[in-house]
Design a binder for this molecule. Sequence first.
Ligand code: THU
Length: 128
Amino acid sequence: MEIKMKPIDLIKQAVKAQNNAHAKYSNFTVGCALLTKDDDVILGCNIESAAYPSTMCAERVAIYAALAKGITRFKAIAIVSPLSAKPCGPCRQIIYEYLSDIPIYVSNGKTDKYETHHISDLLPHPFG
Ligand code: THU
């Protein structure tokens, strides 16, 4: 599938979502931008709760929102956090199950630098 949008433009969208994060417990804000097959962008940010396990990661907010809209095919995903964090374990599992092996751009959102990963590298020997 052709990806017309530049990685840096998808990363900028993820920064927009990061600015909406609710991270008052960890102070670690994460933003995610998911590029759909039809070139729409679905955003997610982390949302924390006083009941800590109720917290939801930015990646899954975006993926679940897309699925709820009936969107099931994707071209790329960008994830932005202060430490250029790669997705956590549960997010890797959901990425494996619901996105195909699309590029995963990871950045701190502060510079034009980013890393490109694939779920096949991040989650070898997947379950499912
Ligand atoms: N977080 C994400 O949004 N995505 C990840 O892949 C890892 C962690 C969030 C959850 C929590 O709000 C904060 O980062 C600290 O763990």
